[in-house]
Design a protein around this ligand. Structure first.
Ligand SMILES: [Zn+2]
Length: 301
């Protein structure tokens, strides 16, 4: 049993609240995917795995939890953490040695970024990585995951303030969206990047595909500007590109990524903390897209 103290918000919370066409959520549902609190038996601070598999199927036994047919995401398919106490199996706990609000800003986005770069694209030292929307929750952690693995990183972001934030997180280059195509050519000597990370969708898809070098990989985990995309099949086969889908990640990846946070190798990106009674305001901040970093709500104790 965990006494919840902090819950981080994700765009998923907004999708869950608004509803998604042809994707029923089980109702009633307690939202909240990123949950931090205290074990009621020991008082130890813990964070919860945001997603988990059934631990019985073939995919789970191979460690591929996010491919499990019964993969569960807290606050989406099973009750989440916007509550006082939550009971979970001990295997879903991560020990939490950092500031609890920063911890709550992190697990789901970090797992998403880690699985895209490490699990799917298999990022290597010395590779070039383009991260679209580098100032987003996933983007700001993807910058750090890529740098941790020795890659060179360029990002796109809409405002000078956001680009500055990306550089401060370790990005080597930060560009406006409209400049990405030319800047990639100049940066890589017309070669193109090894990996493009894209969760923007329709607006950036073509630029991301064309930014890739021969044998390059595009990894997508979302489509915030729309899910329709086209591709010139000649580009796909001549350049031997890989188009990779990604969602959440494995429980081992969550533990590896969490170790990096606990060591201080990856810094959570927290914009602000609000009391849980201001949850509506927290949702509005997220929808306005003016914040840089995550919003966390804390229990009104
Ligand atoms: Zn399973």
């Amino acid at each position: 049993m965990v006494q919840v103290t902090h819950v981080g918000l994700n765009h998923l919370d907004i999708w869950v609240r608004r509803g998604v066409d042809s994707h029923p959520f089980p109702l009633p549902l307690i939202p909240g995917s990123d949950v931090v609190g205290l074990r009621t038996d020991t008082g130890e601070p813990v964070a919860l795995h945001p997603g988990y598999g059934c631990e019985r199927c073939d995919q789970c036994s191979r460690g591929q939890h996010s491919l499990c047919r019964h993969y569960a995401i807290r606050g989406e398919t099973v009750p989440g953490g916007m509550c006082e106490r939550i009971a979970v199996p001990e295997s879903h706990l991560l020990s939490c040695s950092i500031d609890p609000a920063e911890a709550a800003a992190t697990p789901l986005s970090l797992l998403t970024a880690w699985h895209m770069l490490v699990g799917r694209a298999q990022v290597q030292s010395g590779q070039t990585v383009l991260i679209q929307a580098g100032a987003s929750g996933v983007g700001s952690l993807a910058i750090q995951v890529a740098k941790l693995h020795g890659a060179e990183v360029a990002v796109s972001a809409s405002t000078p303030e956001k680009r500055q934030r990306c550089l401060a997180l370790g990005a080597d280059h930060a560009w406006a969206y409209e400049d990405v195509r030319d800047k990639v050519r100049a940066w890589t000597g017309k070669r193109g990047v090894d990996i493009a990370i894209d969760h923007v969708g329709t607006d950036t898809w073509d630029t991301s595909v064309r930014a890739l070098t021969k044998g390059g990989s595009l990894v997508t985990c979302g489509a915030t500007t729309g899910h329709a995309a086209q591709i010139d099949l000649r580009v796909l086969f001549f350049k031997q590109l890989s188009l990779l889908g990604s969602t959440m990640g494995t429980m081992d990846e969550m533990r590896d990524a969490w170790d990096a946070v606990s060591r201080g190798s990856i810094r959570p990106v927290l914009d602000r903390v609000l009391p849980m009674s201001k949850l509506a305001e927290a949702h509005r901040l997220l929808e306005d897209r003016t914040i840089v970093g995550k919003v966390v709500v804390e229990q009104d104790l």
